[in-house]
Write a new protein. Structure first.
Length: 348
C-alpha cells in the first residue's frame, strides 16, 4: 500500500497519443535501483549516506519514489530534524507506459521504443538525508525526469527495467523485489554492523547469486537455505533492537511519554506478525528481553545459559521464542567471525 495520503489529479497523456491510462499489472510492486549511475557515486564522495532508490508502483499507476536508508529512526531526532522514516519519501505521482509489447505468458517484454512517463509529480517536503544532499537526491531521482526510454521485462517475480533519457547512455536499472525480501536483506547488513558503503552491494550479490559488477540482485535464483534463515532472523533481531528503545505512552519519564506520540514511519523495519511494536512499558520489557537474549547468543552464550540470564535480568518477563533453531543457528553463524561470514559479506 502507498503510505502518503496524497490526492492525485487525473493523468493526461501529454506528448504521447499512445500513452496508457494504467500500467500493466506486472509493473505494480516494489522496484529497487541497482545501477551505479545515480547514487553510488554520491556515497563514495560523501555527498549522501548510502541509500538505495525505491520505486513503489500501484496497479492504477500511482507511485512513490523513496530512498531506503541503512539506519534506524529515533523519535527525538525525528522531532528535532524532521527525519522520520527509514525510507524517506522523495516524490509521489502517476506513471503510464506507452509502446509496450504484448504480454507473453507471465512476462511482458518492454521493447525499444517504449516509454515510462511520469506526471502529477508532488515533491515531498520531508528531509531525506542532509541539507547538502537533499537537492541532489531530488534532482537525480527517477521521478525528476518526466519521460524515460525503457527496455526490459516486467515479470511477476523477476522484472528488470533499463531506463535511459537518451539512446546510448548508461541506463538506470531497477529490479523488482518482494518488500519482505528487501526488508530482510537490508536487516542482514544492518545487524552485521558492517559499513553499507563498503559491503552492501557485494553482500546483496553474495546473498542472491548476482554479480556485483553487473547486476547485484538476482531474484530468479533460489537463496541458500542458511542465508534465507539468516535474513529472516536478522529482520526479527533488528525489529527487536529497534522496538526495545522506543518510548511508550505510560513511560514514567515525561519527556519519553511526549516522544511516544511522535509519528515514525517504519517502512523497512518492523514485523507486526511476529513482534508487535510495544504499547506499554511492560510490553517493551518483553521486547528488550528478546533483543538482549539474541545479543548474548550472537556473542557466544549457549541458548540455555542465555535463557537463564534473561530470567535473572528480566524477572517475571516471559521470553518469546519466535525464531526456529535453524534461524538462530544461521544468525550466529553469519554474525560471528569465520569463513561463512567472510563469504556472505565480502570481508576478510
Amino acid at each position: 500500500m502507498l503510505i502518503a495520503p496524497i490526492t492525485f489529479l487525473v493523468l493526461t497523456a501529454a506528448g504521447s497519443a499512445s500513452a496508457q491510462s494504467s500500467v500493466p499489472s506486472q509493473l505494480a510492486g516494489w522496484w529497487i535501483a541497482v545501477d551505479n549511475v545515480a547514487f553510488p557515486p554520491l556515497w563514495r564522495d560523501g555527498t549522501i549516506v548510502p541509500m538505495e532508490e525505491l520505486l513503489i508502483i500501484e496497479s492504477d499507476g500511482r507511485f512513490e519514489n523513496r530512498m531506503m536508508g541503512f539506519y534506524g529512526i529515533d523519535p527525538g531526532y525525528c522531532a528535532k530534524e524532521n527525519l522520520c522514516s527509514d525510507a524517506p519519501l522523495v516524490a509521489t505521482g502517476r506513471l503510464a507506459l506507452s509502446g509496450s509489447a504484448p504480454a507473453t505468458g507471465k512476462e511482458q517484454i518492454l521493447a525499444s521504443g517504449s516509454k515510462l512517463l511520469f506526471s502529477d509529480i508532488s515533491t515531498a517536503a520531508n528531509r531525506i538525508d542532509s541539507p547538502r544532499g537533499d537537492p541532489t537526491i531530488r534532482a537525480r531521482s527517477v521521478s525528476a525526469t518526466s519521460a524515460w526510454m525503457v527496455e526490459g521485462r516486467v515479470d511477476v517475480d523477476d522484472g528488470t527495467l533499463f531506463l535511459r533519457q537518451a539512446a546510448g547512455e548508461e541506463p538506470r536499472v531497477f529490479v523488482k523485489i518482494e518488500p519482505e525480501k528487501l526488508r530482510r536483506l537490508r536487516a542482514g547488513i544492518m545487524v552485521s554492523e558492517l559499513s553499507a558503503l563498503q559491503h552492501w552491494r557485494c553482500y546483496l550479490a553474495s546473498a542472491t547469486g548476482g554479480d556485483v559488477r553487473l547486476m547485484p540482485l538476482r531474484n530468479d535464483k533460489p537463496m541458500l537455505p542458511a542465508v534465507r534463515d539468516y535474513i529472516a532472523a536478522a529482520h526479527y533481531y533488528l525489529t527487536a533492537l529497534t522496538y526495545a528503545g522506543r518510548p511508550t505512552v505510560d513511560d514514567p519519564d515525561t519527556n519519553q511519554r511526549r516522544l511516544a506520540w511522535v509519528a515514525l514511519e517504519d517502512l523497512m523495519a518492523g514485523s507486526s506478525a511476529k513482534l508487535p511494536q510495544p504499547r506499554t512499558v511492560q510490553e517493551r520489557r518483553e521486547v528488550k528481553a528478546v533483543a538482549r537474549y539474541l545479543t548474548v547468543v550472537v556473542k557466544g552464550e549457549q541458548p540455555e545459559a542465555a535463557k537463564a540470564m534473561m530470567a535473572r535480568e528480566f524477572p517475571g518477563v516471559p521470553l518469546r521464542q519466535d525464531l526456529t533453531e535453524p534461524e538462530i543457528l544461521a544468525l550466529t553463524t553469519y554474525l560471528r567471525g569465520g569463513a561463512d561470514r567472510n563469504r556472505l559479506f565480502c570481508t576478510g
